[in-house]
Design a protein around this ligand. Structure first.
Ligand code: ADP
Ligand code: MG
Length: 304
């Protein structure tokens, strides 16, 4: 069903029992059921998100990349922190947030968060930052070190083991933060504008690295971004929000070909999608249906 045909404003499957319900069905990965979060009381009350419902199914051995876009203050960070179970955004004022079919109770190892500030520990070396979560889990020294070194390699930070975060560029700090989170193998990775502070070239490299690591880990990623191109390049689906109060307007499905971003950007359907999504964001438009579709590379044989 397309977003346009959907009677609910959320586009994606309406929140409810798992769409694939059956004896063998996996619970959905993340479900929001009419979630509202209000900060403060009385005259000072501020609605951060209102009546948000969506379902992200569990796709084992595949995972999904869900990107979230919308104007500042529309509740993007609130949405991520509700999934993470982080106060003060969690718990919701009303409605339900389910992860793996169970109401979220607070943070746990199934969900890892990488935010804008990178949250590195300044007094620890790069290697110890990456190994820190393993230490908290009681993993022994040797194994910790070996696994942290492996992750330093994966994110291209070999040689920086003994440096401290303050000695690294923004892009390198971001890679440390990603490694420190992914080393714990979360099924759900939450990223709040993770590449916002990076220059465009490093940003492209980080996007490709994220896709590569994501393919290896087969988890599901929720990524908040201000970049329309990034949302469309990275997302299998894009959640578009509007503000005052924060609401989810539509969920857009995006084909994600295996092409690098520079190639994709030159394709007409991609450029048209970027333009259309940007227009909808600027206008705060209501649900407006599918984005321009990618045409098959070759006409399919035997189609009538
Ligand atoms: P976004 O990430 O889209 O910019 P946020 O989720 O940070 O939006 O915020 C949504 C709304 O909730 C904003 O109006 C913001 O001021 C309010 N808000 C967010 N966090 C808090 C908080 N800790 N206390 C009070 N209000 C908050
Ligand atoms: Mg935010």
């Amino acid at each position: 069903m397309t977003a346009a045909e959907n009677p609910t404003p959320q586009g994606l499957a309406a929140a409810g029992p798992a769409a694939t319900a059956g004896p063998e069905a996996l619970p959905d990965l993340v479900v929001f059921r009419n979630v509202t979060k209000v900060f403060g009381h009385g005259a000072g009350a501020r609605v951060a998100v209102q009546d948000v419902s969506f379902v992200v199914p569990d796709l084992p051995e595949r995972g999904e990349l869900v990107t979230i876009v919308g104007p500042s203050g529309c509740g993007k960070s609130t949405l991520l922190r509700l999934i993470a179970g982080l106060e003060p955004h969690f718990p919701p004022t009303s409605g339900q947030v389910l992860v793996f079919g169970r109401p979220v109770q607070g943070p746990d190892a199934s969900r890892g968060m990488v935010d804008q500030k990178y949250s590195l520990l300044p007094h620890l070396t790069v290697l110890d930052n990456i190994a820190f979560g393993l230490k908290l889990r009681g993993v022994g020294r040797h194994e910790r070190k070996a696994r942290a070194l492996e992750w330093m390699h994966k994110v291209g930070l070999e040689g920086s083991e003994r440096k401290y975060p303050s000695e690294l560029s923004g892009g390198m700090q971001q890679r440390v933060a990603i490694a420190a989170t992914l080393i714990l193998g979360p099924r759900i990775l939450l990223m709040d504008e993770p590449f916002g502070a990076l220059d465009p070239k490093i940003r492209l490299r980080m996007q490709e690295l994220l896709i590569q690591l994501w393919k290896e880990q087969q988890g599901t990623v929720f990524l908040v971004t201000h970049s329309v191109e990034e949302a469309l390049y990275l997302g299998d689906q894009v959640l578009r929000m509007i503000d005052a109060p924060g609401r989810l307007v539509e969920t857009l499905q995006v084909p994600r070909p295996d092409d690098p971003p520079e190639t994709l950007r030159r394709e007409a359907w991609f450029a048209a999608s970027v333009q259309e999504l940007r227009r909808r964001l600027e206008e705060g438009a209501p649900a407006a249906g599918d984005l321009p579709q990618r045409r098959a590379q070759r006409p399919s044989q035997g189609s009538s």
